[in-house]
Design a protein around this ligand. Structure first.
Ligand SMILES: Cc1cc2nc3c(=O)[nH]c(=O)nc-3n(C[C@H](O)[C@H](O)[C@H](O)COP(=O)(O)OP(=O)(O)OC[C@H]3O[C@@H](n4cnc5c(N)ncnc54)[C@H](O)[C@@H]3O)c2cc1C
Ligand code: SF4
Length: 337
């Protein structure tokens, strides 16, 4: 690991002031950043430790929604009583990821900003446009089992690895950030970006901007939801494809459905226009198959990951059934229902 300077931020203003200097990077739980530094993927000149900031709280909003502090850990969030009661899909998605030890340290802000698990991104001996702009993409024509099938570009076919963010996508969460130019609230759909021709930009955060919280609207999806994570191992593995579904059901009819995919794109993949297909309909395999086609329309495989297209189709159908029937995928015993 290369030498780096280290300082602690005393408050949010101090963090933003220090973080906006060239070569500075925030560090929270360090569960991703330390690896990136050890692999020489990221080379910050200075780490700004944000752990002293008072951003650990999970609090009720006046609107009735819930504010998740950027420094609240993934474990604290998943086991929070209101999250479990009102937004159990978020608990489920978080608990499907990493390990108990990691979730005790990993923070919500860090989870949002974790970087891709593309093998070539981590191998600093090989070209990678995300690591080194305009150097090329080693994944195209290489080993692509974990890569994207939707929204990719010729410059990058990486995926965003987070489980938590896929659940946040269907919960219509918003990300609160603060920087030298003031505060912003970014809808989760606009937070992460597709690679296009600037794949080194994972999201719309500006350099030096700090995530302070994630807000959840005052809605409840206590019964008709599921987070289905399909992966090589049933534990301690990133998603090949994951499917988050929440529904409002009334008298056996789908009043509203939101579906997002993980493991397939540079950001959680959601098509709100396709969700209209489910609205006002009675659940059926045929309906969910039609919807699955619409959600994965335009998917392209790169060889090793061709299987993801069919896996996504079938996963969507299964997850929609689980949500409609109120039989969410269990993350505690990891059974595949
Ligand atoms: C072995 C292993 C397995 C894993 N498995 C999974 C999995 O299955 N599913 C999954 O979703 N995740 C998984 N993870 C990833 C894990 O969830 C992330 O590493 C973790 O959430 C990052 O949080 P952190 O606080 O440690 O972030 P850090 O490592 O401290 O930071 C990560 C990035 O976020 C930035 N950052 C941190 N906080 C802020 C903030 N408040 N504002 C702006 N920028 C910020 C940092 O500058 C850095 O760029 C795994 C990780 C490991 C090591
Ligand atoms: S897919 Fe993206 S992250 Fe992976 S090698 Fe290509 S440019 Fe780099």
């Amino acid at each position: 690991m290369r030498p780096f300077a280290f300082s602690r931020a005393t408050d949010v203003a101090d963090a933003v002031q220090q973080g906006s200097l060239a070569g500075c990077s925030f560090v929270a739980g360090a569960t991703n950043l330390a690896d990136l530094m050890k692999y020489d993927v990221t080379r910050p000149a200075r780490l700004i430790d944000i752990n002293p900031l008072t951003l650990r709280g999970i609090e009720e909003l006046q609107s009735g929604g819930l504010r998740l502090g950027a420094l609240a850990t993934n474990a604290q969030t998943a086991y929070h009583a209101r999250v479990q009661k009102q937004y159990p899909i978020l608990a489920s998605a978080i608990l499907s990821g990493a390990s108990a030890q990691l979730r005790n340290v990993a923070t919500n802000g860090g989870n949002l900003n974790q970087r891709t698990r593309c093998y070539y991104f981590y191998n600093s001996a090989l070209p990678c446009n995300k690591r080194e702009p305009a150097s090329g993409c080693s994944a195209v024509g290489g080993v692509t089992r974990v890569h994207g099938i939707l929204g990719t570009s010729s410059a990058c076919i990486a995926t965003h690895p987070s489980d938590m963010c896929v659940a946040l996508a269907v919960l219509n969460a918003s990300v609160r950030v603060t920087g030298n130019f003031g505060d912003r609230v970014i809808p989760i759909a606009e937070y992460h970006r597709l690679p296009g021709d600037t794949p080194w930009l994972d999201n719309t955060l500006q350099h030096g901007e700090l995530v302070t919280a994630i807000d959840l609207p005052n809605e409840s999806f206590a019964t008709n939801y599921t987070y289905l994570k399909l992966r090589d191992r049933q534990s301690y593995a990133f998603a090949l494809v994951s499917i988050a579904v929440v529904m409002h059901m009334e008298d056996g009819v789908i009043r509203e459905a939101r579906v997002a995919l993980g493991g397939v794109a540079h950001k959680p993949w959601r098509r709100t226009e396709a969700e209209q297909t489910l609205k006002g309909q009675q659940p059926s395999t045929q309906l969910f198959e039609t919807f699955a086609e619409e959600l994965v329309a335009g998917a392209v495989g790169y060889g090793d990951n061709d299987f993801k297209i069919e896996l996504a189709r079938r996963g969507i159908v299964r997850a929609c059934h689980q949500a409609a029937e109120g039989t969410p995928q269990s993350q505690s015993d990891k059974d595949i229902a």
